[in-house]
Design a protein around this ligand. Structure first.
Ligand SMILES: Cc1cc2nc3c(=O)[nH]c(=O)nc-3n(C[C@H](O)[C@H](O)[C@H](O)COP(=O)(O)OP(=O)(O)OC[C@H]3O[C@@H](n4cnc5c(N)ncnc54)[C@H](O)[C@@H]3O)c2cc1C
Ligand SMILES: NC(=O)c1ccc[n+]([C@@H]2O[C@H](COP(=O)([O-])OP(=O)(O)OC[C@H]3O[C@@H](n4cnc5c(N)ncnc54)[C@H](O)[C@@H]3O)[C@@H](O)[C@H]2O)c1
Length: 447
C-alpha cells in the first residue's frame, strides 16, 4: 500500500523534533504536526525560559554579594517586563531555529492539531486526513490542576512566562520541580512566596539530606511552606486579589496562584483508545523498550509515555526510534543513572541511588559527605552551606549515587555523573588530584 508519508509525528517537542529530523535525514518522507509552537514544552514554556528566569533571579543575590567584594552597587530596581520580553524574544529565536532545522531536513511542518484516525491514518484539525506507514506519538504532558472550586483563578507553568505584572504575593501549589524552581525565582524577584503541598515533604525521590537542606535554606530566606495541606476554595475578590481557603479553614491572600501539581501524559482526544492503542491508568501510551505500542505501526516517545519526564530522555528516545526504524542501527535507551537537577536557589542535583534506595537495594551502604560553606558565601557573609553526599556499595566501594546542593551543583554533577555511570569506585575518585580552590574538589576529598 502507498502512504502519503513514511512517518507522521504528532508533536514538535524535544522527542518529536529529534525523531522527525533524524528519520528524514535517513531518507524517510516525514511530516510533523504541532498545535502550539515548534520546539515544544522545553523550548517554548519549560526548561529554557525557566533557566533564563533563574539566571535573572540570581542577580538579586549577586548584586547584594558584590558589595562585600568591594563594588559600590546602588539600590537596583528589577524590571519584570524587560526580562520577560527578552526571554520571550530568545524563545522566539529558538522556535525559528527549530523550524529551520526541520525545513533543512525536508520535514513537512503542519501547524495544526492532529489525532490518530487508524493504524496508518492521521486526522488534522482542519478536516484533512493523511496516511503514514508509521505514526509517532510525541505529544508530551500537560499540567494537572487539582479539582478545587475556583481552580480557574490559578495559572500553570504554561502561563507563568507571560505575566503582565510581577505579583507581590505568590502561592505555589506543589512541592516538586516546578514548585521549588519558581519559589526561588519569585522570591528573588521580591515576592512573598508560600508553597503549599499536600504531601509532607518537598522533592520526593531526591536524597533526603539534600532536600532537607533546600527546605532549611528556603525557609531561612523567608519562603513559607505548608505541608499536608489541601485547598478548599479559591475566590477572586473585586480588587483582583485571590482569597485561598485551605482545608484547615485558614485563608491566604495572594496576587497569583501557580499550580505546579504534576504533569499528566497528553493523550486526551488523540484517538488512541479508538485506534486500539493501549494506555495505562494515567493515560500514558504503553510502549516496549523500542518505543513500540501494541499497534505495530504506532510508536511513542517522551513525556507521553510517562517514563522519565526530562528533555534529554525524550531526545534520546526520539534518536533511538529514528536510528532503529529508519537508520538500520537499532539501539535502546539505557535508563540507568540519569542525572537530574532542580534549578532552585541554590540548585540541587543527583545521579544514581539515594541513600534510602541504596539501603533498600544493597542492605548496607557507606555514605561520605561534605558539608561546607563555599568560599564565596563566606566572604559574602551568606550563611548557606553546601552539602555533597556520595553513596557507595560497602563491599566493592563502587559509587552508586551522588547527590549535591550548592552553587553550580547541576554543572558539577553532570561531569561527575560520567564517573558514576562508568561504575568508578570511591578510591578512583580519590586518585584524582583536587582542583583547588573549587567546590567540586570536595568530590575527591570526601571523608
Ligand atoms: C516549567 C517546566 C520546566 C521544565 N524544566 C526542565 C528542565 O530544566 N530540564 C529537563 O530536562 N526537563 C524539564 N522540563 C520537562 C521537559 O520540558 C519535558 O520532559 C520535555 O519537553 C518532553 O518532551 P516531549 O517531546 O515528550 O514533549 P513536549 O516537549 O511537551 O512536546 C510535545 C508537543 O506536542 C504538541 N502537541 C500535543 N498534542 C498535540 C496534537 N494533538 N497535535 C499536534 N501537536 C500536539 C505540544 O504543543 C508540544 O509542542 C520542564 C517542564 C516544564 C513544564
Ligand atoms: N529541572 C528539571 O529537570 C525539571 C523542571 C521542571 C519540571 N520538570 C519535569 O516536569 C514534571 C512536572 O513537574 P511538577 O513540578 O509539576 O511535578 P512533580 O511531580 O515534580 O511535583 C508535583 C508536586 O505536586 C504535589 N501535589 C500534587 N497534587 C497536589 C495538590 N492537589 N495540592 C498540593 N500539592 C499537590 C505533589 O505532592 C508533588 O510534590 C516533573 O516530574 C519533571 O520531570 C523537570
Amino acid at each position: 500500500m502507498d502512504f502519503d508519508y513514511d512517518l507522521f509525528v504528532i508533536g514538535a517537542g524535544s522527542g518529536g523534533v529529534r525523531a522527525a529530523r533524524v528519520s528524514a535525514a535517513y531518507g524517510a518522507r516525514v511530516a510533523i504536526a504541532e498545535d502550539h509552537q515548534v520546539g515544544g514544552t522545553c523550548v517554548i514554556r519549560g526548561c529554557v525560559p525557566k533557566k533564563l528566569l533563574v539566571y535573572g533571579a540570581h542577580f538579586a543575590e549577586d548584586l547584594a554579594d558584590a558589595r562585600q567584594f568591594g563594588w559600590d552597587v546602588p539600590d537596583c530596581r528589577f524590571d519584570w517586563p524587560r526580562l520577560r520580553d527578552t526571554v520571550l524574544a530568545e524563545v522566539a529565536r529558538l522556535n525559528r531555529a527549530y523550524t529551520d532545522t526541520l525545513n533543512n531536513n525536508r520535514v513537512e511542518i503542519i501547524l495544526e492539531r492532529a489525532a490518530v484516525a487508524g493504524p496508518n491514518r492521521v486526522r488534522l484539525a482542519g478536516g484533512r486526513e493523511v496516511t503514514a506507514r508509521h505514526i509517532l506519538i510525541a505529544t508530551g504532558a500537560w499540567p494537572v490542576i487539582p479539582d478545587v472550586p475556583g481552580a480557574e483563578h490559578g495559572i500553570t507553568s504554561n502561563e507563568v512566562f507571560h505575566l503582565d505584572t510581577l505579583p507581590r504575593r505568590v502561592v505555589i501549589a506543589g512541592g516538586g520541580y516546578i514548585a521549588n524552581e519558581f519559589a526561588g525565582i519569585f522570591h528573588r524577584f521580591g515576592a512573598h512566596v508560600t508553597l503549599i503541598n499536600r504531601g509532607d515533604t518537598i522533592l520526593r525521590g531526591y536524597d533526603e539530606g539534600v532536600r532537607d537542606r533546600l527546605l532549611q535554606i528556603s525557609m531561612t530566606k523567608g519562603i513559607e511552606f505548608r505541608f499536608n495541606t489541601r485547598f478548599a476554595d479559591i475566590a477572586r475578590r473585586d480588587d483582583g486579589t485571590l482569597a485561598i481557603t485551605l482545608g484547615s479553614g485558614d485563608v491566604i491572600e495572594a496576587d497569583l496562584l501557580l499550580f505546579a501539581t504534576g504533569r499528566a501524559p497528553n493523550t486526551r482526544g488523540l484517538g488512541l483508545a479508538e485506534a486500539g492503542v493501549a494506555l495505562d491508568d494515567q493515560g500514558a501510551v504503553i510502549v516496549d523498550a523500542d518505543n513500540r505500542t501494541n499497534i505495530p505501526s504506532i510508536h511513542a516517545v517522551g513525556d507521553v509515555t510517562n517514563r522519565v519526564q526530562l528533555t534529554p530522555v525524550a531526545i534520546r528516545e526520539g534518536q533511538a526510534f529514528a536510528d532503529t526504524l529508519f537508520g538500520n542501527k537499532p539501539w535502546r535507551v539505557d535508563y540507568d543513572c540519569i542525572p537530574a537537577a532542580v534549578f532552585s536557589h541554590p540548585p540541587l542535583a543527583g545521579v544514581g541511588l539515594t541513600e534510602g534506595e541504596a539501603k533498600n537495594r544493597l542492605g548496607a551502604v557507606k555514605v561520605y559527605t561534605s558539608d561546607f560553606r563555599p568560599m564565596k558565601n563566606v566572604l559574602a557573609g551568606r550563611n548557606e552551606r553546601a552539602l555533597y553526599k556520595m553513596i557507595c556499595d560497602p563491599v566493592t566501594e563502587r559509587v552508586v549515587g551522588l547527590h549535591m546542593i550548592g552553587p553550580d551543583a547541576p554543572e558539577i554533577l553532570q561531569a561527575a555523573a560520567i564517573a558514576v555511570k562508568a561504575g568508578l569506585t570511591k578510591k578512583q575518585f580519590d586518585q584524582t588530584v583536587a582542583l583547588h580552590p573549587s567546590m567540586a574538589e570536595e568530590l575527591v576529598l570526601m571523608r
